[in-house]
Write a protein that binds this ligand. Structure first.
Ligand code: NAD
Length: 321
């Protein structure tokens, strides 16, 4: 694919001093979460991503039962570039065996993750899907344990992730400023659901960096559709399918439109998209570069938004709270 010769934009991440590429590499697909991916394709995808200016890679011990961390670590090592040229985030507290946000478990977790990633430190360690834990435990036990890991130099910054947006205000209202550096929200800043937007001024006032994941709504906004495990209602799935079919009939691509929609809000530091092929990497970087050079396709976007209007901001339950 011919790509324009401009560079992917770097955006500051809250008060961290880090600058993340506007498109981030979500490595859950490297854990075979969306179907099998060969190690060759995984390596080539990471290499091409880095080559095209993506400097941010996100994983978790949960993705593919630790497979994603191992594959990503190997691929990053194979780049053979200085460690400070890329930013790695991983997570703790969610495992294929279940959830455990205890200080003891997350303290062991980082050592296991670093070994799998073949790294001395990660840039960001995030408590993974905290709505499944006890939020007061996150505030009183997990975050203080992560602070110790920060002091020990194993992690540079601390984050929290999850689906319901109320978890972020709950935690951030109960910890001293600077305790949480970053939040990772998912499926709340895409064409079908943009509810994260209302929270952005609050997050900015707290000096917290914002990562928005799943711009394609975990496959809803793709021509091939979501995986079988996708939690959306049948109504939401069929509306997204109709929007994808509409785009295809018009010679447009729903995923490109969705990437550009998410990328256009610059208060979001990085849009984390899951990628499992060189082709997807190239398409998503091209979407970002096209957005920078030519702006959004407002006409097609308005048509897709009209199709999705009946399901706008529809989400699904997640966690205990
Ligand atoms: P996504 O919306 O990024 O969709 C990924 C799916 O779209 C995959 O099947 C991928 O192969 C496909 N895809 C990617 N580019 C495409 C293109 N150009 N055309 C067609 N299909 C394309 O969802 P995601 O992967 O779940 O989210 C992105 C990343 O964000 C994850 O990999 C993970 O790193 C992170 N994330 C974190 C959390 C959390 O912490 N709780 C939750 C969700 C996602």
């Amino acid at each position: 694919m011919a790509l324009p010769h401009s560079k992917l934009e770097l955006r500051p991440l809250g008060n961290t001093g880090l600058k993340l590429s506007s498109v981030g590499f979500g490595a859950s697909p490297l854990g075979n979460v969306f179907g099998a991916v060969s190690e060759e394709e995984a390596n080539a995808s990471v290499r091409q991503a880095f080559h095209l200016g993506i400097n941010f890679f996100d994983t978790s011990p949960y993705y593919g039962g630790t497979l994603s961390e191992k594959v990503l670590g190997k691929a990053l090592k194979a780049l053979g570039v200085p460690r400070n040229e890329y930013v790695v985030s991983t997570k703790c507290g969610r495992y294929v065996e279940g959830f455990d946000f205890s200080a003891d478990r997350v303290t062991r977790s980082i050592d296991e993750s670093l070994a799998r990633l073949q790294l001395d430190y990660v840039d960001i360690l995030q408590c993974h899907d905290i709505e499944f834990g006890n939020l007061d435990q996150i505030v009183n036990e997990t975050l203080p344990a992560l602070q110790k890991l920060k002091d020990a130099g194993k992690i540079r910054f601390i984050g929290i992730t999850g689906l319901p947006l109320g978890i972020f205000t709950y935690v951030l209202d109960r910890v001293p400023p600077g305790t949480v550096d970053v939040i990772l929200s998912y499926c709340h800043y895409s064409i079908n659901d943009s509810t994260l937007e209302d929270l952005l001024p609050y997050l900015k006032s707290k000096g917290v960096g914002v990562i928005s994941a799943s711009p394609l709504a975990m496959g809803l906004l793709t021509e091939s559709g979501p995986p079988a495990w996708h939690p959306a209602s049948p109504e939401l799935k069929s509306a997204c399918q109709a929007a994808a079919a509409y785009c295809k009939a018009k010679g447009k691509n729903i995923s490109k439109l969705a990437m550009q929609y998410s990328l256009s809000n610059k208060d979001i530091s990085s849009v984390l998209v899951g990628m499992n092929s060189v082709r997807q990497v190239e398409e998503n970087v091209a979407a970002a570069l096209e957005l920078e050079n030519a702006g959004k396709d407002n006409e097609a976007l308005a048509e897709v938004e009209a199709i999705l209007k009946p399901v706008k901001n529809q989400t699904w339950p997640s966690g205990n709270q």
